[in-house]
Design a protein around this ligand. Structure first.
Ligand SMILES: Nc1ncnc2c1ncn2[C@@H]1O[C@H](COP(=O)(O)OP(=O)(O)OP(=O)(O)O)[C@@H](O)[C@H]1O
Ligand SMILES: [Mg+2]
Length: 242
């Protein structure tokens, strides 16, 4: 596996289409080692489409994607995931009729991840103690917040070199959102780079160092999260401040 001093992820002029409909128009973005980067934008802006295309789960119409110094545009999602780009999907996508433990085990996708499964499981349970208590419970019977915790923990089981999180706070009560973000803070401080898609903008701005704002498939603004938090556009569009 390559080691790199350059960016972990570098996306240049990415275009994504659904048939004739172009959903993403030439976006460029970067994630550096240990960096937490957010991708902000309203419903339908193209956030999920961008992540899924970068991951190889959607075809790329044009553009370059480099991950850990290698060109991965056109590679399959399976191959890209096996290199350590791990996507925690919008809506969690757990296997509801499998137990918590079984769902977590499914996250250990590579040989290396399987060899380290026990340690990863311990780390996941340290991060989310509820998982240890619910190991044998069917995932479909967990609360929404618990399911989100399983989804994040399942991502960690894959030993991510870049963790992509698509709206981890969606539909969760504020107190649970706080718990999830507390854990995400620990993941970032451990040095795992992340890309976070989020509509709870203030949480994303607090957690991340840099961010990009997407509107109708285009990046309309990017910068440090301090700059974004102070920008009039973001304040009026997403923070409810005039
Ligand atoms: N499978 C699909 N077929 C056709 N169009 C799609 C498909 N998936 C998404 N789109 C369209 O692409 C655009 C971007 O959608 P996307 O899901 O990426 O937005 P998003 O920023 O993730 O929004 P949300 O915050 O609601 O999750 C939207 O106009 C959407 O209708
Ligand atoms: Mg989405």
């Amino acid at each position: 596996m390559s080691t790199t001093t350059g960016p972990i992820l570098s996306v240049e002029a990415l275009h994504v289409k659904y048939g004739l409909f172009e959903a993403v128009f030439g976006i460029s973005l970067e994630v550096g080692p240990g960096e937490a980067v957010c991708l902000l934008g309203g419903n339908g802006a193209g956030k999920t489409t961008s992540l899924r295309a970068i991951l190889g789960a959607l075809p790329i119409a044009a553009g370059r994607v480099r991950f850990l110094g290698e060109d991965v545009a056109g590679a399959t999602a399976g191959a890209i995931t096996a290199r350590g780009m791990i996507y925690v999907p919008e809506g969690r996508e757990l296997f509801p009729s499998m137990t918590v433990q079984e769902n977590l085990e499914l996250g250990a996708i590579t040989r290396e991840a399987r060899a380290r499964m026990r340690t990863s499981m311990e780390l996941a349970c340290e991060l989310f103690p509820i998982l240890a208590k619910r190991r044998t419970q069917l995932a479909g019977t967990l609360s929404g917040g618990q399911q989100q915790m399983v989804a994040i923990a399942r991502g960690l089981m894959g030993l991510p070199r870049l963790l992509m999180l698509d709206e981890p706070s969606l539909g969760l009560a504020p107190v649970v959102v706080e718990q999830v973000y507390e854990a995400l803070g620990r993941i970032v401080r451990s040095g795992t780079p992340i890309i976070l898609v989020e509509q709870h903008v203030h949480h994303a701005l607090e957690l991340c160092q840099r961010g990009y704002v997407l509107e109708s498939g285009r990046i309309v603004q990017h910068g440090s999260t301090a700059e974004l938090a102070a920008s009039d556009r973001l304040r009026s569009a997403y923070l409810g401040v005039d």
